[in-house]
Design a protein around this ligand. Structure first.
Ligand code: FAD
Length: 320
């Protein structure tokens, strides 16, 4: 089933559902950790499960002569495989993420063909971040510069148009394409309006829905939805919620994800004696956010779990 049909059904039923995002296991770790994270959430009937995509990383290794050698490593490969394994085990729809970073158009086409063969018909199309140590995003020489171009490639494939234009007769893929939106502006967008203009370009290129970057402030999510509508972006918008979980996130989340933390949340976290207490504060905050968004009629909430789902269980029990 396509995610857009799940979203539309939830809207029709007036029932907010939840989806969550997991990371593929570290290379060599096997699948059991991922299943252990999913098992306790299945009873709450997740609408679908997203699996992130991780580009290559840079590692510096000290050589015998004392100099540092730069090595390219892939720590979390296997997004498509683990997505298929989840779908097979739980019978739940999966949404593998696909990125431009480090990928040629041919690599992307291969991944999409694999997904199609495996019966995966949903994909979240993203640009991905810069390679560690690079200050600007450098596309693969045969790749895409932004997510708009990636959406176009997937939408073309749905029309039977492949990269080399060699295919004359084919069974068309039918990927439902989601894209990312930023209630607090993408760090590289010149301004809010420009960011929305490019978001509209992704929708016009073929995206069926938008998932937002995490925000801890619902008023920013509501403003974003209003601004999108005024801009003529009419597809469903799925708010992203991250249960806050460690003291270190007070500085890490603003730095990495370019989001502001409301003062009330910061004050509560600063009162905590350990990360166990921070996790509880995060659960309460996420529950309050989810309640308000549910009341506003949001069809699906997207939870960022970072692979650990004990807090997600508490939220699901309270809300879904
Ligand atoms: P884009 O939409 O390409 O935007 C990037 C910048 O380019 C923006 O400033 C935008 O305004 C601009 N832009 C967009 N289109 C155009 C255009 N046509 N012309 C000129 N400029 C344009 N990263 C991962 O590596 N793996 C993941 O699995 C992953 N999952 C994510 C899931 C969600 C829900 C979100 C919100 C983010 C995720 N990310 C992931 C992070 C994401 O890759 C980064 O935020 C990245 O910097 C931007 O990705 P994007 O798809 O929004 O890029």
């Amino acid at each position: 089933m396509q995610v857009i049909d799940i979203i539309n059904q939830a809207t029709e039923d007036g029932k907010t559902r939840f989806a969550f995002e997991l990371l593929p296991p570290l290379k060599g770790a096997g699948v059991s950790g991922v299943f252990e994270a999913i098992d306790p959430l299945i009873e709450f009937d997740p609408a679908y499960i997203n699996v992130t995509y991780h580009r290559e990383d840079v590692k510096y290794v000290e050589r015998e002569d004392g100099l540092l050698e730069k090595r390219i490593v892939r720590r979390r490969p296997g997004t498509v495989g683990i997505s298929a394994a989840i779908m097979k085990r739980y019978g739940v729809e999966v949404v593998p993420h696909l990125i431009c970073g480090g990928m040629s158009k041919y690599d992307i086409e291969d991944a999409l063909i694999d997904m199609d063969f495996l019966g995966i018909h949903n994909v979240l199309a993203l640009r991905g971040d810069n390679l560690r140590g690079e200050h600007v995003f450098r596309p693969h020489p045969d790749g895409h510069r932004n997510a708009t171009e990636l959406v176009r490639q997937i939408a073309n494939m749905n029309r039977g148009i492949f990269i080399d234009h060699e295919v004359e007769v084919c069974i068309h893929s039918k990927f439902c394409i989601g894209v990312a939106g930023y209630p607090e502006k993408h760090a590289e967008a010149a301004n809010r309006e420009t960011g929305l203009k490019y978001l509209k370009a992704k929708v016009d290129a073929g995206a069926s829905y938008i998932v937002t970057q995490m925000s801890f402030d619902n008023s920013k999510i509501f403003d974003f939805i209003r601004d999108c509508r005024e801009m003529g972006i009419n597809v469903p918008i799925i708010p992203g919620i991250k249960p806050f979980s460690t003291n270190a996130q007070l500085s890490m989340l603003p730095q990495v994800f370019h989001v502001d933390l409301p003062q009330e949340l910061v004050t509560e976290v600063e009162k905590c004696k350990d990360n166990g207490q921070v996790r509880e504060v995060g659960v309460e905050w996420a529950i309050a956010q989810a309640r308000e968004l549910k009341k506003a009629g949001v069809p699906v909430l997207h939870f960022y779990t970072m692979g650990k789902t004990d807090n997600m269980q508490k939220i699901a029990r309270a809300i879904f």
